[in-house]
Design a protein around this ligand. Structure first.
Ligand code: N01
Length: 538
């Protein structure tokens, strides 16, 4: 289609993505009287919770915390049935929010953004979609998510496979029935760990192909009692305020004060046992204040979980393969499970250690490893995402005649506060690399970013300004600070998606800002109070 044939529409703001970030951005920016258009690749709202429909998908932040705080009526009226909400429940909530705040009329579904180009002469972003439609706006807000570009490893022969294959992050909308089927699953991250126990109950036989053994701790999910919901709701706004003062944006976890080795081994064991019994990953990693900064301290939790695996898994050879020994606990996202390790005691489940017995190729019948071929009706890829930068760099983002984002970030992402990147005016990223994002309660992080960006645009409007740009020196200092904070922890040591290690060729940079949402919020507020230090306006 020619340029002339492409339709052009003008908005104040284009928001890319209608997940929790895009929906809240639309809601807030409308309140400024701005004309906003949201472009969404899916045919519904919900983002992560729209795409990740795999069996067992559930949030690992408690439902009363993993929800919007901006509307008292909403939080009072919405009923979360369980401690940890299932994917269908969260998607139902996202749809309720879209209807309740009349968001859909400004969201264009089934629309994938291909490119976004900024023209300085007119301070305009021109956004081109997969339908060759061109939309224009003064501002472009990237709400495209941190874990939204699924990755299927490029195994030789996948095209030849005669059965069905699925990626957890692009699961079909209709139920996939594994009854009577031989199923292979590759990947033991959070998605694999949640889906393996459920698929195992249904399939005739499940083979789990594990590259790196992973730590996991029990969710201890349960139905919420009316009394506890009532008690929480009576103090909901106070809980939310408390959450903002915590690193993870979750109330009930005041920073621990004790070092792990200050306790006796018996006291430590009692503390970990209690946390194992009550469930939750933050609870574990927050048992002592140095678990993510001291190798010796961390090793005490690692050994506790290894002992649990040895106790739960009956076959010592299988237990040995399941025992993680290549990273410190918590330095990869620590999954929450329901009966993950127990599942390996089932007759119909086989663990394949692909570090010892690597996958060679996918064949028409199944998976060929160095030792043998396994025949499957279906293969599940729980192999994760091109995280944090993937969805952004999937779009050809450039400034006409100047820079393109893929080139700028060739050695890793550089941002100011994780919100703006120098050289790309009038573009904001929600929960971008260099912000707390995935290392905190995502909805709390989203609300904080959207509120800050809304205030920024209010400032621009009230001052009659037309262009905002991050200052290069301020960006350099922020990147350095993000790296220093990361390097003061054990996080960068693991081969995780936090450092891009799961994507061959991706630069190894630890991307989240891990000082905590509480400290980050104070920095952002100070910067705003100082007239948006580090941003240039025209
Ligand atoms: O992906 P992952 P995920 N050959 O990248 C393996 C969030 N989330 O979808 O560790 C063989 O963590 C890879 O092996 P290794 C959460 O933030 C939240 O599970 O790289 N194996 C690993 O085992 C989470 O962290 C929730 O050696 C290959 C797995 O695939 C994030 O999403 C639930 C391979 C990928 O694990 C991503 O989780 C689900 C290859 N070529 C997800 N490539 C909750 O809220 C990769 N693997 C509960």
């Amino acid at each position: 289609m020619t340029d002339a044939a492409a339709s052009a529409s003008r908005y104040d703001v284009i928001v890319i993505g209608a997940g929790f970030a895009g929906m809240y951005a639309l809601h807030r920016l409308r309140q400024l009287g701005l004309r906003v258009r949201v472009l969404e690749a899916g045919d519904g709202v919900g983002g992560t919770w729209y795409w990740n429909r795999y069996p067992g998908a559930r949030c690992d932040v408690e439902s009363l915390e993993y929800s919007y705080s901006f509307s008292e009526d909403l939080q009072q009226q919405w009923e979360w049935p369980e401690r940890y909400a299932t994917q269908p429940e969260i998607l139902k909530y996202a749809n309720h929010v879209a209807d309740r705040f009349d968001l859909r009329r400004d969201i264009q579904f089934n629309t994938r953004v291909i490119s976004a180009v900024f023209f300085r002469a007119s301070n305009t972003w021109k956004v081109t979609t997969n339908k060759n439609e061109v939309l224009e706006a003064q501002f472009c807000i990237m709400a495209s998510g941190n874990l939204s570009l699924p990755r299927v490893p490029d195994f030789k022969g996948l095209d030849s496979f005669k059965g069905k294959w699925y990626h957890t992050g692009q699961w079909p909308h209709e139920k996939v029935n594994f009854t009577g089927k031989r199923v292979g699953i590759i990947g033991t991250g959070a998605s694999g760990i949640q889906s393996i126990p459920i698929i195992a109950k249904e399939a005739k036989h499940l083979h789990v192909f594990q590259r790196s053994a992973n730590y996991s701790v029990p969710a201890i999910n349960r139905v919420l009692t009316p009394a506890e919901v009532k008690a929480h709701k009576e103090k909901y706004s106070a809980w939310r305020k408390e959450a903002l003062k915590t690193p993870f944006g979750i109330a009930g976890f005041p920073p621990p004060t004790k070092l792990a080795l200050e306790d006796t081994p018996e006291a430590r064991l009692a503390s970990f046992e209690k946390k194992w019994g009550t469930g939750g990953n933050i609870s574990f990693l927050y048992a002592y204040k140095d678990l993510l900064t001291s190798k010796e301290a961390n090793e005490t939790v690692c050994e506790f979980v290894r002992d649990k695996i040895r106790t739960i898994v009956k076959d010592p050879a299988v237990a040995a393969d399941l025992i993680p020994n290549d990273h410190y606990i918590g330095t990869k996202r620590l999954p929450l499970d329901t009966d993950y390790y127990e599942t390996f005691n089932r007759e119909n489940v086989t663990l394949v250690n692909i570090k010892k017995n690597p996958i060679v190729q996918i064949t028409p019948n199944g998976i060929q490893t160095a030792e043998q071929e396994y025949a499957f009706h279906a293969i599940v890829f729980a192999t994760g995402f091109d995280a944090m930068t993937g969805a952004l760099l999937d779009i050809d983002i450039r400034v006409d005649g100047e820079a393109d984002l893929r080139s700028k970030w060739v050695d890793g992402p550089k941002t100011y506060l994780g919100i703006m990147t120098a050289g790309f005016p009038n573009m904001m990223i929600i929960t971008g690399p260099g912000s707390p994002s995935v290392k905190t309660n995502m909805i709390a992080a989203i609300e904080q970013h959207v509120d800050w960006i809304t205030d920024l645009l209010k400032h621009v409007k009230s001052q009659g300004l037309s262009r905002i740009e991050a200052d290069r020196d301020a960006e350099e200092k922020w990147v350095q600070h993000v790296n220093e904070v990361g390097d003061s922890t054990l996080y960068p040591l693991a081969n995780s998606w936090y450092v891009g290690a799961n994507i061959p060729g991706k630069p190894r940079v630890f991307m989240p800002y891990v000082a905590g949402l509480d400290k980050y919020r104070v920095i952002c507020d100070q910067i705003a109070a100082e007239g948006y230090r580090g941003l240039q306006f025209e």
